[in-house]
Design a protein around this ligand. Structure first.
Ligand SMILES: [Fe+2]
Ligand SMILES: [Fe+2]
Length: 291
């Protein structure tokens, strides 16, 4: 979407969209629409990979996280498809199925890029189906909230610094924006499902979500997660962040990530919830981090 059309969409949304109650059919249509209506049908096979200078190619090859990136997308896709298969609501099923498809497409984009630039890739293992698709989906959802927040910042920094040529960064722009759609869908799905449960099941579901959030957070904070090169299929931002953020301070990364998070979420229906955990944590951290 161009800046102009995004601005027009926002202006229209503010003036014409009727308010809804979280948990309502209107809420469901709105958050499913973020995936279904704003679907970009690009095909990984026809993406144009730019010719790289020797330096840029070496920088790309030296990034330590490509295997982890592919595994992360592969696990996300299989977990989301398992969740989609379990759904009885046709709209939710379609939206989560599309989310699974997009994760699989991210994997293909990365694979195609590695193949194009001759970067070796470990053999993929089967991802298997999760025993508890809902738990796996919730944990993956919160994991994506953490990863995407930092990915927004790292992507912007990589772009501005010229670390990679602009043409290469541009190829990944749809992938990064798709993650913004995924996490927006996810937090609204949580709110929608919780609102449609009776008191005790709702408390249980919220506790489950909190446990998944904490579990995803620890997966990312754990040094073991980076040390095992992400064999848990959990995270690739941690594994590669050190390389991409050389010379950058944590404060700078958080500031850029916060600004990018706001900008990327601006495009969507203003009535929908935005992911809040990472922005809140980042603002708290910025109060104590040295300038
Ligand atoms: Fe993805
Ligand atoms: Fe995603």
């Amino acid at each position: 979407m161009t800046d102009l059309s995004a601005a027009l969409a926002r202006a229209t949304a503010h003036t014409t969209l009727p308010p809804f109650r979280f948990g309502s059919e209107a809420h469901k249509r709105a958050f499913c629409g973020v995936l279904i209506d704003i679907f970009d049908p690009y095909k990984p096979a026809i993406l144009a990979w730019p010719k790289l200078s020797i330096d840029a190619q070496n920088r790309l090859t030296s990034l330590p996280f490509w295997d982890v990136a592919i595994e992360t997308e592969g696990y996300a896709s299989s977990r989301m498809q398992a969740m989609a298969d379990q759904q009885t609501d046709p709209l939710i099923k379609q939206a989560i199925g599309l989310n699974a498809f997009e994760e699989g497409r991210h994997k293909l984009v990365i694979r195609n890029m590695l193949r194009c630039y001759g970067i070796p890739l470990a053999e993929e293992r089967p991802y298997g189906a999760p025993r508890d698709p809902q738990w796996a989906f919730i944990r993956t959802g919160y994991g994506e909230c953490f990863d995407s927040f930092f990915a927004f910042g790292l992507f912007k920094m990589a772009k501005d610094s010229g670390y990679f040529p602009a043409e290469l960064v541009d190829v990944f722009e749809p992938v990064v924006q798709e993650e913004a759609r995924h996490i927006m869908f996810f937090v609204n799905w949580v709110a929608w499902l919780a609102a449609n449960k009776k008191f005790l099941p709702r408390i249980f579901f919220r506790m489950r979500c909190f446990a998944a959030l904490v579990s995803a957070a620890f997966g990312r904070l754990s040094l073991a997660g980076a040390a095992d090169k992400g064999k848990s299929g959990d995270n690739f931002v941690v594994a590669g962040g050190e390389t991409l953020t050389v010379g950058l301070t944590p404060r700078k990364l958080l500031e850029v990530a916060l600004a990018e998070d706001t900008r990327r979420m601006e495009h969507y229906d203003p009535r929908l919830l935005r992911p809040r955990v990472m922005p809140i944590l980042a603002r708290l951290a910025l109060r104590v981090l040295p300038a």
